[in-house]
Design a protein around this ligand. Structure first.
Ligand code: GDP
Ligand code: GDP
Length: 456
């Protein structure tokens, strides 16, 4: 799970980037060096009062300048409404309440997400009077601040921390460095043998406690300076003893493990080849946008010259062609053959899942690679206008289209493949979100008739 996301929204010049840079200042930000210039820096990881969260400066998403302020505001709101856990709405006391502010407020209010109105440029007590206009908006939480003079910023952070979604118990900042792995596959393919082999060969930091029945028990391992969490190790090891009829339960258990994982290791049995149920499990993995390593186990049972390893690898790739990012390995849990490659591959996938592509690079890609191709659908031209990466693990991108009703499976796949080819995402699935201009049509309720909205 990613950190909670806090979106900073407001029309141009109200002070968003000034406030964002305050958040980034040494006092608050834990440094995470996203490559690119400051302008590209849309995210700040902030630690405050023992909590950590990410603030996104939606002002950096104002790429559609040709259509002016409403489009820019709409873009920000669309991203924020979809992705954020908390909304910070920034307005400018020195310019007073504007119709655009009223529009934004009505859209944000509808999301029912925690919403804080920050009235900026209240540089001193005398200026508090300028802020009174904004109380008409009727938003329940209001603070007056001065981003420039660092007035009220700490209060805003306190408010954020009070409204963060409850963290799940296993999430703290340390664990974000762990690579969480679910080992899945049909009965008897060798899952518990693989786990036992890994426990023997790698440095075990936290062992599973045997004998506990109900709860998932994980094991933490180290290999090559990396930490791996094998999810529900006890469940896997106990599986051999589960009687017939408990198969449903073990599938359910595997799904629960997938929900907590970054990467799935799908074990196959070399003596049986790829079964349909293997493809089902892979589709669960795919739905969750996890990394996937398919491992053909029991390779020691295949006579030397019966089949070439390359043919087998090729065959597996074909069967799993809906997941072109999947890694394919051969192994033997019995002899230990290639077992250490499995975690190395997981680390490689994990690294790709942590990448952030700066918005400028992404939009150069949109311009150079996507806009050159013309996609016609129902006689209309589908165009990607711009894009932004909104999350990692999995890398998540929002693409803004001229008309999202024209989106088609093949175009989605085209974009994903181009992204994979152009940036180093060969080994991880990507999450793509599409938004169109018409997404704002449901919210033409503001006085100026140009509101921003999403489908929610
Ligand atoms: P953005 O377009 O919303 O990102 O706004 P900027 O952060 O670029 O700020 C616009 C202008 O407002 C800049 O000239 C800032 O220096 C100024 N500004 C920002 N915060 C304050 C503040 O608290 N007080 C005053 N007086 N000016 C501010
Ligand atoms: P699980 O049900 O997926 O956990 O599978 P197990 O680890 O219990 O293995 C099922 C059977 O296959 C056991 O008899 C294992 O000894 C055997 N087995 C597991 N991995 C290998 C392997 O790589 N080679 C050989 N020859 N046998 C294996």
């Amino acid at each position: 799970m990613a950190r909670p996301l806090v979106a900073l929204i407001g029309r141009p010049n109200v002070g968003k980037s000034t406030l964002f840079n305050r958040f980034l200042g040494n006092r608050f930000a834990i440094t995470e060096d996203i490559p690119g210039t400051t302008r590209d820096r849309l995210y700040a990881d902030v630690e405050w009062a023992d909590h950590s969260f990410t603030i996104v400066d939606t002002g950096g998403l104002d790429l559609d300048t040709e259509s002016g302020i409403p489009a820019a505001v709409r873009t920000q709101a669309l991203v924020a409404l979809d992705q954020a856990d908390i909304l910070l709405f920034l307005v400018d006391a020195s310019s007073g309440l504007t119709p655009v502010d009223t529009d934004i407020a009505s859209i944000l209010r509808r999301t029912r997400k925690p919403l804080l109105l920050l009235i900026n440029k209240v540089d001193n007590i005398k200026r508090e009077l300028d802020a009174s206009d904004f109380y008409q908006l009727g938003l329940p939480a209001v603070l007056t601040i001065s981003a420039y003079h660092d007035r009220g910023v700490a209060d805003a952070l306190d408010w954020i921390v009070d409204h963060l979604p409850p963290a799940s118990s296993e999430e703290d900042s340390q664990q974000s460095e762990e690579i969480r792995i679910a080992i899945v596959g049909r009965p008897n393919v060798g899952k518990s043998s693989l786990v036992n082999r890994l426990l023997k060969e790698e440095r075990v930091i936290v062992s599973p406690t045997p004998g506990t029945t109900r709860d998932a028990i994980d094991t933490i391992l180290e290999q090559g300076g990396r930490r791996f969490r094998l999810i529900d190790t006890a469940g896997i090891r106990r599986r051999g003893r589960i009687e017939a009829g408990a198969e449903q339960y073990s599938v359910f258990r595997a799904l629960q493990a997938l929900d907590r994982a970054d990467i799935a290791i799908l074990l196959l049995d070399a003596t049986e080849g790829v079964a349909d149920s293997d493809l089902h499990i892979a589709s669960y993995v795919q739905q969750r946008t996890l990394g996937l390593i398919t491992v053909m186990n029991k390779w020691d049972l295949i006579p030397r010259d019966a089949v070439a390893a390359t043919d087998t690898l090729q065959h597996i790739r074909q069967r799993f062609d809906f997941a072109p990012y999947a890694s394919v390995l051969l192994s033997s849990a019995a002899t230990g053959f290639h077992v250490n490659h499995i975690l190395e591959e997981a680390a490689h996938i994990w690294d790709q899942r942590q990448q952030r592509i700066p918005t400028a690079q992404l939009n150069a890609f949109v311009h150079d690679e996507l806009q050159r191709h013309q996609f016609l659908r129902r006689g209309r031209l589908l165009k990607t206008l711009y894009a932004t990466q909104v999350d990692i693990n999995p890398p998540t991108f929002v693409f803004f289209l001229n008309d999202s009703s024209l989106i088609h499976f093949s175009y989605r796949r085209f974009i994903e493949n181009e992204l994979r080819r152009h940036f180093t995402f060969s080994a991880t699935p990507l999450r793509l979100i599409f938004r169109g201009r018409e997404d704002s049509s449901e919210a033409k309720s503001g006085p100026a008739g140009h509101g921003a909205a999403s489908r929610h």
